[in-house]
Design a protein around this ligand. Structure first.
Ligand code: AMP
Length: 497
């Protein structure tokens, strides 16, 4: 195990300050020694069940200690965490578990509502009940992990074939922590936010960056953000991390008044383009905070480039640059026809880049490629970037149809595929449309259907952010001169209606 292995770092903080607070969630505060003991218990139970080193699924509620204890316990048992979103839908859980051949799952017995929906997979998965048990265990073994061992699986939207499981290794995670931690003076007396759903990899940053520093991870009761600023003041938050959309919600709720967040030392943003005008307001609300725009796809472990905002640049417009690599990973800009020099698709290679999608060799081979003139394997991000004369990378947009909705990565093609499956014929095209500064999906189909029923059936298959605002039936879907779907026209139609 390397020095930056997440469990090595966590255990170092336990040894250094066992009595310090490690987790503040749902009104209770858990210290480092207690969190260590609780997670030892999970690891011991997994070993007893023959699940050491296995992928372990669990319904990951953000707002209670159980999920955080489970993450540590699974890693201590040398296994891989497969967090499932509590909102399901259950059909999607099943698809994910089958795709990654998950054989073990943990259930929190106090969340009986989860039981009803758990896929049984005809007995192929064993669900173990694991109460939040505070008694110490005699078995405090930690299974030694190797760099290639999987640490967690995150699912991302796929334009064809549904969600793709990205397997992130202990080595990938250790590389990320080794790159990020030395850059910022994060301290044991810091108080970190944890806004993210656990099936979103930014939650792994929150946990392991915080616990590496011996600091306290603070989970807000309301991830939506309307009360986030007031909560941050009460909790004494010093290190903030969220998607820019959350900051935009706070701004709309007039929660970013000047000096509203005086204790903040750092504000990290990631997951979406960060508008300068938002940074401007954030800087006034948190004048002492260093503001950092992190960029990265799940496939390259949390974040791979960073740009720290200089307060004298506040009058800039557009979106904040995504900067340069935080560590040893390399970036390449793939040139394309009709695109100015220095612009093109961003490709990534190095120790943070994962080895691809689980049990999906074809889509892995399309996204993880060799690049002419470069050694190693490169992940093609699908992000269109521009590299300026200083080598700073600027985010321009996507080269495909992928969108971010409140930080959720969505391939509209996945919505189309689900609609066409449910319609049993016909075509469906889903387009993103900006409504009050937020992207929303609008779907168009060319066959008759009972739209409310179709919506209901779609909800049983896809998570809430994928559900279109509206499904409209057209006599025929418009095509452009090349015979492709005329998406700009559909976007105009969505605006007009
Ligand atoms: P995910 O895998 O969910 O983390 O989504 C990764 C995608 O989010 C990237 O490929 C980008 O399209 C987008 N993204 C992440 N961070 C940024 C950023 N700082 N600026 C612009 N886009 C970003």
């Amino acid at each position: 195990m390397t020095d930056f292995d997440p469990i090595v770092l966590f255990r170092r903080s336990v040894a250094h300050s066992p009595g310090s607070p490690a987790l503040s969630v749902a009104g209770s505060v858990i210290g480092y020694a207690e969190l260590d003991q609780l997670s030892d218990r999970v690891a011991a139970a997994l070993r007893t069940a023959g699940a050491a080193g296995a992928r372990v699924a669990f319904v990951a509620h953000r707002d209670g200690p159980w999920s955080y204890v489970v993450v540590l316990g699974v890693l201590k048992a040398g296994g891989s965490c497969v967090p499932l979103h509590p909102d399901g839908p259950a059909e999607r859980w099943q698809l994910m578990l089958e795709r990654c051949a998950v054989r073990f799952g943990l259930i929190d017995p106090s969340r009986q509502e989860d039981d009803r929906n758990l896929p049984t997979m005809d007995g192929a998965i064993t669900w173990l009940r694991m109460a939040h048990d505070t008694r110490p265990t005699a078995d405090t073994t930690i299974t030694a992990a190797h760099a290639d061992d999987e640490a967690y699986v995150m699912f991302t939207s796929g334009s064809t074939g549904g969600p793709k499981g990205v397997g992130v290794s202990r080595g990938n995670l250790a590389a990320y922590l080794g790159h990020l931690l030395p850059r910022y003076d994060l301290r044991a007396d810091d108080r970190f936010t944890q806004h993210f759903a656990l099936p979103f990899d930014l939650s792994m940053h929150d946990m392991f960056v915080c616990w590496a520093c011996g600091a306290c991870l603070c989970v807000p009761p309301d991830p939506g953000g309307l009360r986030a600023a007031a909560w941050a003041r009460t909790e004494g938050i010093t290190v903030w991390f969220s998607v820019p959309s959350l900051a935009a919600v706070m701004r709309r709720a007039r929660a970013l008044a000047p000096d509203a967040l005086p204790a903040l030392r750092y504000a990290f943003f990631c997951g979406e383009a960060l508008p300068w005008e938002l940074v401007n307001d954030w800087h006034k609300a948190a004048p002492d905070a260093r503001i950092v725009n992190l960029y990265g796809p799940t496939e390259a472990t949390i974040a791979i480039t960073a740009f720290e905002v200089d307060p004298s640049d506040m009058e800039a417009s557009g979106v904040v640059p995504i900067g340069a690599p935080i560590g040893r990973d390399r970036v390449a800009v793939i040139p394309a026809e009709g695109v100015p020099e220095g612009e093109g698709e961003l490709a990534l290679s190095g120790p943070q880049v994962t080895s691809g999608y689980i049990n999906a060799p074809e889509i892995t081979a399309r996204a993880f490629v060799a690049l002419p003139g470069h050694d190693g394997l490169w992940y093609r991000t699908g992000d269109h970037v521009r590299r300026d004369a200083n080598g700073t990378l600027h985010y321009v947009g996507r080269i495909d149809h992928q969108v971010k909705i409140l930080g959720h990565r969505i391939e509209p093609g996945e919505v189309d595929e689900a609609l066409m499956r449910l319609l049993d014929g016909g075509n469906a095209v889903t387009v993103p449309v900006m409504v009050n500064g937020t992207a929303r999906l609008f779907s168009y189909i060319d066959v008759s259907a009972d739209v409310p029923v179709l919506m209901e059936r779609l909800r049983a298959e896809l998570p809430a952010p994928y559900i279109p605002e509206r499904i409209t039936i057209l006599d025929g879907l418009p095509r452009n001169a090349n015979g492709k779907w005329d998406r700009p026209q559909l976007i105009r139609m969505a605006h007009d209606n």
